[in-house]
Structure formats: C-alpha cells, structure tokens
Design a protein. Sequence first.
Length: 435
Amino acid sequence: MIIPTPLPDEFCKGILGRVRILNGLHSSKEVLNHLRRAYCAEDGKPVPAIALLARAVQIVLPEFIRSHSLLPLIRAVVLENHPTRHGASNQSEILRLRGFKTFSKCAYLCLDCVREDESFWGFSYWRRSHQIESVPWCQKHGSLLHRIYRADAYDHLPGSLLNESVQVGYSKTILENAVLKRYAQIMNDLLDQDRPIACKNIIALFNKKTRGLGFRLAQTGKRKVLSDLAMELVPADWLIVNFPKMEGKSKGEYISTVDGINVSLTPFSIAAYALGAALLWESADEAMHEISILPGTDVVPRQKLRFGQAFWNSEALLQIYVKHEGNVLNIAKELQANKRHVGMELMNAGLIGLGSISWRKLNLAYEEYVSGKSIKLLSENYGIRLRRLEYYFGKISDRMLDALDAMEIRRAQSQIQRRKTTVKEASPKEKATLV
C-alpha cells in the first residue's frame, strides 16, 4: 500500500482518507481491512484501528495519538488517581472506542488553509486543531471555520468539498474575545497531554483559585459565581451553543456545567475546565503551568515539539522549509511550536535556520566557494560577516543543498508565473514588447 507521511496537525481520520485516495479504495472501512491484513498482531489478537494506522505510518502509538488524535481532549480528565498515558498497552478498549472519535458529526475546514495547502502541497488536508468544535475559528488565519455535513467527509480532501461547506453560525466578535483566545490556546495545549488529569487534582486547583478570587462555590448564597463572570466576559452566542444551560441564566444563579468544575467528583467535558481556566487566569500560559504541575499530570510544555524524528527527516518537513525559505520563525508558526526548538531540530536534520540571511545569497556564495573563491572575498562581496559565513558553510549538508536547489526551482517557477500574468494583463501594444 502507498502510505503517506502525516503532515503537521493532520487529523487521523484525514490521514486514513488520504490512504484511501492514494490506493484507489472505496472507503476508510476498506482501508482498515487492508491495514488489518498488513499490520495485525502476530498473536492474532485484535488491534485497535488507530494503532493499525500508527503502525502503517511508522509512528509510536502514544506519539501518534498526541499529534493526530483528539483523544487527549476527549479523555482529558478522568476519575483515576493515577491515570495511564494515552496509548498504553492496557487501553485497547478505550482506543477501539475513542481513537478516531470526534466532537461533532461535522468536519471542519478553514478556507484560507485549503487555499494555502493547494498552492503549496498541491492538495489540502484535514487539520486536527480545526476539529475542536468549541474552537470554531482558525487560529492561524483568524477566520471562522466552515463545516461539512456528511458522514464520509474525511474520506475526501477538504478542497474537494468546498461547495458543500457552510460557515459556522457565530458572529465575528468571538474572534477578538480575550477569554476565548485563552480558551483556544488552553484547548490546543491540552492536545499535547501525554496522559489524562486526575479529576480530584484539577478540582482542588480550581477550588483554591475560585475561592481566592472571591467567587461562591456553594449552589446558594449572595456572592457571584463563576458563570456570572462568563456571562459578563464571553459572547452569548458562543456560550449558549457550548453550554446550553447558560441560556436565560440570571445573576447569581448556579449553573452546574460551569460552576460545578470546582466541586464535582464526576469529570465534566474538557470544555468546562478550559473555560474555567480561561476565566480564572489572566494568561493561558499561567493556567497551563498550574495544570502541568498537578500530581501525576504530564502536559507537554509548549517548548516541546509534537513531532517525532521521522517527521524532521521527512520530505514533508523539507517542503515546509522550502516554502518558508528557511525562516525559522515562520516554520515554527506553521508547526505551532517553539522557535528555539524548531531551530535545533532543523539543525539536527541537516537544515540551517536562515532568518538573518537570504537563502539566495547563501546559495550563490556557496557555489562560488566550491569553485575556489576565497571565503574572505565572498564575505565582502555578499555583505555577510566572515565568521557567520564560515559557520554556514561548515553546516551545509546534502539535505541543505537539496533544499537550496528546491528554492531555486520554486523561484524560477514563480518568475515564469509572474511573467505569464504580466503578459496576460498587458495591452496588445505592451504584449509586443514583453514577448
């Protein structure tokens, strides 16, 4: 079978759909039947579907879940005092039932992401971060998402379903709301959980924070409750859709699905805890720090990356590097990862971070250096400090040369396209001078 390399933030059901397309199969179910025959356990025991896909793409299961599944959010808070990590060997039933689970019957896409993907990759793909139903906007482009109402949406590329897409029914005020921005960051950070949070521990944290800010914990009383703050700070259309009990709420009224996060020993959906954290803390990073140091909690800090070594050595990463012309900051933004660590991983993978130097200058200088010109003379001619040029030349690998060649090709194609556009838009007299 043809098995593609998973792309950054690609949703597991979308990966399954790409396998279907590449192999000319009729459905994801048929893909899984092929995977079972190819990657089943030697002892004959049934293997959860998501584990089969992880084996096919050659990513360790816990890492695959943390990078491509919604399970870290779906199973974010649990009753167990010492939760096992996602993808552990004793979780086959959980993986079978929830490995491919979504929050909605709809599939979500960003029109801007689709256009960018088709321009760069030649095709579009489903992003996991777009499938968090309570975050109905693209955090990269700041635009409302579109939804697709069909059961087999992930079997197709999102770009092929645009005619069936409908924009989510929210006002654009949610895009600039400070609480919802924190909420979205917290939800995305929690996707990096290596294991669930024990319910009793997060209750203790929220209880202490809520008391400290002077909110009421009991169902009756005179002080404000957390849901009052939500009514004041969060757009009503978002709040009522995601917390229906908030509709018609009066001041001081206790709403269990919001106020209960401080006391209930039965876990709520992660949306309730994320909203609580976004309301109680002024910074999403502060909230995530407090959550990450809870006993038994292993939320991956933001500086750690979601991608394994296979990704950094893949063609997919090389294409992203070429797309951003080696600019580490822009690569980090696309990967939603820390700039410093992206730079380190790129270096380990044989690619140089080029934020402070033009790739074109580096390529031309290196060609002249290989042909025998003095590095000191090249430093003067290209306006690059000698020590920096020596450093770059010392780091150039075969993979870096492949990237520079790809950038040259991309530049040439871009010039040809611009020339064609200029000729097309020119007047007959101007065309005669251009051709």
